[in-house]
Design a protein. Structure first.
Ligand code: PEP
Length: 255
């Protein structure tokens, strides 16, 4: 069965103390009486990773993810953080190809393929993001674009490699805008992605991959989105910064 996942992308937010409090509040809320939780992943800024790992490491329901990694392993790449460094800190996941990285840092499919390889080579699980800008959806080209994004960054992998990927479908027009895709729109795109993977790798592989929805998920809409057949949880931005709201979203992802 596919794993349900709720991941919080904190982006460039929170002081060290606030980050500590946020993770601590969520971890302590879910004491052992909650047994059917999704996998919960905190993705804080780089400087807080070690602290959040230390808050979560006693509880296997929680993991920590980075928001990006370099395509290189080591060397003269000022300002970069590599997959082996993340691995050594106890990080388990890394977001790759977030639309903000594509938009503001010019990350393209070829680069993202290299980052995916770097993550996998270090036993980190990539949370690979894809999704269309509004203009592309209005032009009715969204399925083609998302299929291309998936192909460019992932289809070089062997079946054993792609099985280790988590995909997040995040329509750009829904990120941080308060405008959520309807559950119908989300389901439609998740099914498109899964079918595309099935076409290349077969149904069994496609059925094993968790595909998360991202884009203004909140406590009010999470349950409906997560109940779609091909939606395996969410990648949550703004609402993951508020402990009570994130807790409700996690509950919505429970079995
Ligand atoms: C995100 O950053 O991945 C995201 C989905 O943000 P938000 O939930 O704020 O739309």
């Amino acid at each position: 069965m596919r794993q349900k996942i709720v991941a919080g992308n904190w982006k460039m937010n929170k002081t060290p103390e606030e980050a500590h409090q946020l993770a601590s509040a969520v971890v302590s809320f879910f004491d052992q009486q909650y047994t059917s939780l999704p996998k919960i992943i905190f993705c804080p800024p780089f400087p807080y990773l070690a602290d959040i790992v230390s808050i979560t490491k006693h509880d296997t329901r929680f993991s920590v993810g980075a928001q990006n990694c370099s395509e290189h392993q080591w060397g003269a790449y000022t300002g970069e953080v590599s997959a082996p460094m993340l691995k050594a800190l106890g990080v388990k996941y890394v977001i790759i190809g977030h639309s903000e990285r594509r938009q503001y840092f010019g990350e393209d499919g070829a680069l993202l393929a290299q980052k995916v390889d770097a993550a996998l080579a270090n036993n980190l699980t990539p949370v690979f993001c894809c999704g269309e800008p509004l203009i592309v959806r209005e032009d009715n080209k969204h399925t083609d674009l998302v299929k291309t994004q998936v192909e460019e960054a992932l289809f070089h992998l062997p079946a054993e490699g792609i099985k280790k990927i988590v995909i997040a479908y995040e329509p750009v027009w829904a990120i941080g805008t308060g405008k959520t895709a309807t559950s119908q729109q989300a389901q439609e795109m998740h099914a498109v992605i899964r079918k595309h993977i099935a076409g290349r790798y077969g149904k069994e592989v496609a059925e094993s991959i968790s595909i998360l929805y991202g884009g203004s998920v909140n406590a009010g809409n999470a349950k409906e989105l997560f109940s779609c057949a091909d939606v395996d949880g969410g990648l949550v931005g703004g609402a993951s910064l508020k402990p009570n709201e994130f807790i409700e979203i996690i509950k919505a992802g429970s079995n």
